[in-house]
Design a protein. Structure first.
Length: 379
């Protein structure tokens, strides 16, 4: 179990992590989701004692990382796939880690086998591809057979086979009853992997919910209808109390409708249908809307709440009910931002200006070894 209590990190006047309070529980994969710069890596560094919190607290099974005598046996982490000494072989890298935590040598062979690096175990890691580096990092995390595992964006730069493998590995570890905490900036990835979801933006907690609940609340469902008798069908639907929206491709999108009922209506009025299909809007859209206010670095054309996403009907995005930024129906009060559990509603902040062309989109903070003199304590 990982417990954060009011965890906060400031770098000068920049607040990277802002009063985060949540618990990561065993037995499920917990996704830690947020746009780039949201504070995911900083949070994970504080879990491992690589960064000192400005205020607040984070504990691993009730203890601070520094209080764990052989920490690899409690928590294994992959924060940066390039943090192995490039001149060392994969085997020797893992052997060093194992010896520092009194882990038997045979365990090195086991984890190399698990991650599929046995064939290149004696090769120096500086020649490794990003995917091989991720596998080596994961081998290091598994070395002490810990109950808690933490992975920072583990699928970045991986090919589909590698992504599939990591996904199954994480699910398997959670199924064994372990605590698995994995960060990503991609909702689509989390939807396939995580059972529980923690969403942050600009260091603040935006959601702490089960994936099923997030999907139920945020997936807009509608029925797509295609008919050659457009106007007649529109009249029938409107008369029946529906509010059909015409999409770019000529089809209708009908919110809050039962496809069977729409089919019956068409039959009653002897209207021809070419398509009648239940649909769900993408979770990625819901995630973007949830975090739109807190995206720090925009490409040209800043993402704004409620901005039309590809594939949305003309007239705008229908919006996520109950979410900040959802368009307001006539006569209804605006939806206020939902305060995350245990926290006051964040004050509205003006959006950051887009990064001017020619400037790097985000400062690179490299590996924690370089940036943090205390990082030697990591393993
Ligand atoms: N060592 C550091 N010094 C100054 N600012 C930092 C440092 N590390 C991270 N930041 C800033 O803190 C914010 C959160 O960064 P990070 O935790 O890396 O986000 P994420 O992992 O979610 O992309 C960013 O604005 C980043 O620029
Ligand atoms: Mg990061």
């Amino acid at each position: 179990m990982i417990e954060l209590q009011g965890l906060t990190k400031r770098y000068g006047d920049k607040t990277a992590v802002d009063h985060l309070t949540f618990t990561v529980r065993p037995g499920v994969v917990t996704g830690f989701l947020g746009p780039n710069g949201a504070g995911k890596s900083t949070t994970m560094r504080m879990v491992l004692g690589l960064d000192r919190p400005t205020s607040g607290d984070v504990r691993i099974d009730g203890k601070h990382y520094a209080q764990l005598s052989e920490p690899l046996k409690y928590i294994g982490a992959l924060l940066d796939a390039k943090d192995a000494h490039g001149g060392r072989s994969a085997y020797n890298h893992l052997l060093c880690l194992a010896q520092s935590n009194r882990i038997p040598r045979r365990r090195v062979d086991e984890v190399l086998e698990t991650v599929g690096l046995t064939a290149v175990a004696r090769k120096r890691s500086k020649g490794f591809s990003l995917g091989m580096g991720q596998r080596l990092g994961i081998a290091g995390a598994l070395l002490g057979d810990p109950e808690i595992l933490m992975f920072d964006e583990p699928v970045n730069g991986l090919d589909p086979e590698g992504i599939h493998w990591i996904r199954n590995l994480m699910k398997g570890l959670a199924a064994q009853g372990r605590t698995v905490f994995v960060s990503s900036h991609l909702m689509s990835e989390m939807a396939l992997t995580a059972e529980h979801l923690i969403v942050i933006g600009r260091g603040r907690l935006l959601a702490d919910t089960s994936m099923a609940q997030f999907i139920a609340q945020n997936s807009r469902s509608f029925v797509r209808v295609r008919t050659p008798q457009v106007e007649s069908f529109q009249d029938v639907l409107t008369a029946a109390g529906y509010r059909p929206v015409r999409a770019d491709d000529g089809s209708f999108e009908v919110q809050d409708a039962d496809p069977a009922r729409l089919g019956e209506l068409a039959a009653e009025h002897r209207l021809v249908l070419h398509e009648l299909s239940p649909q769900r809007a993408s979770l990625e859209e819901a995630f973007m809307r949830l975090t739109a206010e807190s995206v720090e670095y925009h490409a040209h054309g800043a993402v704004t709440p409620g901005a039309a996403a590809p594939g949305t009907p003309p007239g705008g995005t229908p919006g996520v009910p109950g979410m900040p930024g959802a368009p307001v129906a006539a006569g209804q009060p605006p939806v206020p931002p939902v305060p995350p559990p245990g926290q006051a509603a964040p004050p509205a902040e003006p959006g950051q200006p887009p990064v001017p062309p020619g400037q790097p989109p985000q400062p690179q903070w490299g590996s924690q070894w370089r940036n943090n003199p205390r990082s030697g304590k990591r393993r």
